[in-house]
Design a protein around this ligand. Sequence first.
Ligand code: SF4
Length: 462
Amino acid sequence: MSDPAVKTASIKNTAKKVFIKTYGCQMNVYDSERMNDVLVPLGYGATDRPEDADLIILNTCHIREKAAEKVYSDIGRLKIIKQKRHDAGQDSLIAVAGCVAQAEGQEIIRRARAVDMVFGPQTYHRLPDMLKKIADGSKSVIETEFPTEDKFDGLTSKAGPKRLSHGVAAFVTVQEGCDKFCAFCVVPFTRGAEFSRPVSQIEDEVHQLVKAGVREFTLLGQNVNAYHGADPLGNLVSLGALLDRLEKIDGVDRLRFTTSHPRDMDDALIETLAKNKAVMPYLHLPVQAGSDSVLKAMNRQHSAKEYIDLIAKVRRAIPHLALSGDFIVGFPGETDEDFEQTMALVREVTYAQAYSFKYSIRPGTKAGDIKDQVPEEIKSARLARLQELLLEQQLTFNEKSLNQEFDLLLERQGRQDGQLIGRSPYLQAVHIEAKDHKIGEIVRVHVDKVGPRSLSAHIIEQ
Ligand code: SF4
C-alpha cells in the first residue's frame, strides 16, 4: 500500500453534481473514478466543491490510525453544508463508501444521522439502485455485504458505464482482496478474499482507455502478483502473461503493476519485467521489516533472507530496476535489535523509493490485540532514522539518472508557464520546459539536474 492521497474526481458541467473525496491507496482512486463512471449516465458531473454537490461521497480508507474518527469529523463539516443547502431549498445526500464503511456499517448511520448511504468497496456498481431507493423514500441505505455478483461485470458489460479517462495514465484494477492475513492489515476483512478479474474484462477496459487517450496503465491489486484470472478458454493466466497480452494491444505504451507480495513473485513475472519493453523497470515489493521474528509475528510468510535473495534474483534479470518498498516500524514486540535488522536490510537491499509508517492499531486485526505495544516516542525515533536512510538512498538512485537519457510520458502541467511534468520509466517525477509539446506525448529527454524527489531534464531533438 502506498502513500495516502486525497483527491477529487473531475468531470464538470452536468446537471447534477457529485463531490468525491478519496482517502488512501491507488485502488481507492480507481474506485472513485469508477463511481464517477457509474454516475455519469445518471446525469452527474463532478465538482470539487462539496457546497455545490447534490451527492457527496467519502471514499474512505481504513489503513491509518483513527481512520474512522477522521471520517466522522469530515461528516461533521459536511452536515453543516447539507443543512445550509437544505435551508436554501437544495437537498444533498451524503454517502460513506470504502473500507471504513465496510468495517463500521450500520454504526455510521447511528452515529451520524446526516449520512444517507453507507456502502463497501464491493458494492459501488449498485449505486444507481441505492440512489433509487433513497429517491423512493428510504431513509438510508446500507450495502456492506460481499455481493454474490461480480461488481466488475456490472461495470464492464456492454450495458454498463463506459470507462472514462482522467488523463494519459490510468489505473486498472485486475485483482482485489487478499488471503495473506498479515497481522496488521484490514484488507482481508474489508475487501474480502482474493479475486482476479477475467482477462477479457481487463482487455475491454484497456481498449476503452486507449480510445480515451491513455498511454500508461498501472494494474492494481492488493496482492497483484497473485493474479490468476481466466482467459476466454478458461485457462488461468498469471500476472506476467497478462502483462504480455496487454502489451500487444495497439496504443498500450507503458505498463506497471502494484502492489506485489514477495511470496507471489514468480520467475515468469521476473522474465516479463526483464523482457517486455512496455513493462517499466519498477517494482514495488514491500518487506515491512528486516527481523525474522517481526516478520513471523506479522505473518508475512517469508524471512528477511528470502526477501534479500529474491531481490538479488530480480536484479540479476533487471540490473537497472527501481525498487520500492513499504516499512512498518514499531510493530508490537519490535526490539531495538529487531529495528537494527530492518536498517541493515535497507542498507543491503537499497531502495529507489519507499513508504514507511509507524505501526498503528487497526481494530479487528490480530496485531491490535498484542499487549506489547511499542511506545510512541520510540516508534517516532525509529521512523525518523529509517526515513533519513531511505531518503538518502532515493537521492543516490536519482543521482544515477544525471546525464542519462530516457523516454518521458508527459502527464501534467507544471507550476511554471510552459513547464510539463512527466514520469520516467523509474517513476521519478521529471520537470521539463516543453512549450511545443503536449500532455500525452512520449519524448526523449536528457536529465540535467537531480534532487531527492524530482529531476529536471530537457528534450533531445531526434
Ligand atoms: S499481503 Fe498483507 S498487507 Fe498486503 S493486503 Fe494482504 S494482508 Fe494486507
